[in-house]
Design a protein around this ligand. Structure first.
Ligand code: AMP
Ligand code: GLY
Length: 425
C-alpha cells in the first residue's frame, strides 16, 4: 500500500515509524515531515493547510490511504476533498471535525446526548460573559470557541484575572474570530487523562489508556503546552471507570454523531477529568494526542495499517486492538522559552547514543537541518520514549536516554509520571 501521512511532529514521526513496520506498506510519504521522519518516509514539501495541493499529490501518486496527524487540515476539509476524489482517508470530514474545531458545538453536542461534562453557558459579548462568570463563581474556565493553537482555554481564579481574560478575548481580540463565541464553564477538579479510540463511523477500537502532562513546569505549574510528557497505561483509571467512559462518553459520541448525519471516522480522543462524581469530558480532539501517541504506538502489537485502511472504508476487520503488557513513556525535550518564545538554531548532539539504549526510541518534532547539521527549530524538539516492564523502568530508561542528548537551550520536566508512581508505591 502507498500511504501519505500529513503532519510534522513527534506524533507523525511515531506514526510513520509504526506504519513502516507493516508488511503491507510499499511506499510511505509524509507532508511536510521533519528530519527524523525522513529516516522512515519520503518527505513531501506541502504544508498541512494546503488542502488542494495535498489532495493533488495523493491523486497523482495513487495514494491508497492518507492518515492525517493534526486537526487543522481536518477542520479545513482535507478528508472531504480526498473523499470526493475517491481517495481513502482515515480522519473525520469537516462536519465531524467540529467536535474539536468548535467548543460550542462540542459542548452543545454533549448536552444533547447526555454526555457528562462541566456545566456551561455560551456567551457572545463581555456583558453576557460577566453575568455567566458571576453565576458560576471562581475559579471559572473561559474557552474561545474556535481553534487557538491550544491557547484558547483560560482558567481564571479571581476578578482581576477575569477582567484580563475578558479584555484579551473581547477587546484585544487576541483569538480573532475564534472568540466570536466563548464558553464559560464550571472548573472541574481531579486527575486528567486521555482516552483515545479509533472509529469507523460505527464501531470503536480502544487504545490503551494514557496520560499527558500539559503544564510547562514541574509539579504541574506554569502555562499549558502541547504536552511535556506522557505515559501508557495512565495508571489513574480503574477498569470500572474505563468501561464507564466507554459506555457514557465514547459510544454515545459515535452514535450521536452518526444520528446527526456527521458519521465520525478517525481518531476520537476524549480529554477527561476524573472527578468525585465520575469521569467528565473536558474536550474532544479528532486526532491522536501528541505526545500520547508516541507511547501508545510503542505498546501497540497489531499492524496499524490494515486497521486504519479498513476504518477508512467504513468497517474495521478486527474487534479489538492488542497492547504489550509493558509500560511506555515519552519525555519531551523542548527549547528554553517554550511555549511562548523558544530559542531556535542550537545544534543537537547525542541522538544516536540515546538510541543505543535497548528499549529507547527518539522521535523528532521541532528539528531542522542547517548546513547538514541537526538543529532545534521549534518549541518541542525531541521526544525521548522508552518501554519497560513497569512504568518505573520505562521512565528510568527514558530519562537516561534524555541525558545523552544535548543542546544549549534544552529543557525538560523531570517529574513525568512521578506522582503516579508515588501513589502506587
Ligand atoms: P481543552 O482545550 O478544553 O482541553 O482545555 C485545555 C486544558 O484546560 C485541559 O487539558 C484542562 O487541563 C484544562 N481545562 C479545560 N476545561 C476545564 C474545566 N472545565 N475545569 C478544569 N480544567 C479545565
Ligand atoms: N497532548 C494533548 C494534545 O495532543 O492535545
Amino acid at each position: 500500500m502507498r500511504v501519505l501521512v500529513v503532519g510534522s511532529g513527534g506524533r507523525e514521526h511515531a506514526l510513520c515509524w509504526k506504519l513502516r513496520q507493516s508488511p503491507l506498506l510499499t511506499e510511505l510519504y509524509c507532508a511536510p515531515g521533519n528530519p527524523g521522519i525522513a529516516e522512515v518516509a519520503d518527505l513531501v514539501p506541502i504544508a498541512p493547510d494546503e488542502i488542494q495541493k495535498l489532495a493533488d499529490f495523493a491523486q497523482e501518486m495513487s495514494i491508497d490511504l492518507t492518515v492525517v496527524g493534526p486537526e487543522l487540515p481536518l477542520t479545513l476539509g482535507l478528508a472531504d476533498e480526498l473523499d470526493e476524489r475517491g481517495l481513502a482517508v482515515f480522519g473525520p470530514r469537516q462536519g465531524a471535525a467540529e467536535l474539536e474545531g468548535s467548543k460550542v458545538f462540542a459542548k452543545e453536542f454533549m448536552a444533547r446526548h447526555g454526555i457528562p461534562t462541566a456545566a456551561f453557558q455560551v456567551v457572545h459579548d463581555v456583558n453576557e460573559a460577566r453575568r455567566a462568570i458571576k453565576e458560576f463563581g471562581f475559579p471559572v474556565v473561559l474557552k474561545a470557541d474556535g481553534l487557538a493553537a491550544g491557547k484558547g482555554v483560560l482558567i481564571v481564579a479571581d476578578q482581576p484575572e477575569a477582567d484580563a481574560a475578558l479584555k484579551m478575548l473581547f477587546e484585544d481580540r487576541r483569538f480573532g474570530r475564534a472568540a466570536d463565541r466563548v464558553v464559560v464553564e464550571e472548573c472541574l477538579e481531579g486527575e486528567e487523562l486521555s482516552f483515545i479510540a479509533l472509529s469507523d463511523g460505527e464501531r470503536l477500537l480502544n487504545f490503551a489508556t494514557s496520560k499527558d502532562y500539559k503544564r510547562i513546569g514541574e509539579g504541574d505549574t506554569g502555562p499549558n503546552t502541547g504536552g511535556m510528557g506522557a505515559h501508557s497505561p495512565s495508571a489513574v483509571l480503574s477498569g470500572e471507570d474505563a468501561s464507564g467512559v466507554l459506555e457514557n462518553v465514547m459510544r454515545p459520541t459515535i452514535s450521536g454523531m452518526a444520528a446527526e448525519g456527521r458519521p465520525f471516522i478517525g481518531v476520537l480522543y476524549a480529554g477527561l477529568m476524573l472527578t468525585d462524581d465520575g469521569p467528565k469530558t473536558l474536550e474532544y480532539n479528532v486526532r491522536f494526542g501528541d505526545p500520547e501517541a508516541q507511547p501508545l504506538f510503542m505498546r501497540l502489537e497489531d499492524d496499524l495499517l490494515p486497521v486504519l485502511a479498513s476504518g477508512a472504508r467504513g468497517k474495521f476487520e478486527v474487534a479489538r486492538l492488542h497492547f504489550r503488557k509493558a509500560a511506555t513513556c515519552c519525555v519531551v525535550l523542548a527549547s528554553d522559552g517554550y511555549p511562548s518564545d523558544p530559542v531556535k538554531g542550537d545544534p543537537i548532539t547525542g541522538i544516536e547514543a540515546a538510541r543505543e539504549l535497548e528499549g529507547a526510541e527518539v522521535f523528532h518534532a521541532g528539528t531542522a537541518l542547517e548546513d547538514g547539521k541537526l538543529v532545534a527549530s521549534g518549541g518541542r524538539v525531541l521526544n525521548v520514549c522508552a518501554a519497560g516492564p513497569h512504568l518505573r523502568d520505562a521512565l528510568k530508561l527514558a530519562y537516561e536516554a534524555a541525558g545523552r542528548i544535548h543542546w544549549p537551550s534544552k529543557v525538560l520536566r523531570r517529574d513525568i509520571g512521578r506522582r503516579v508512581l508515588t501513589r502506587e508505591a
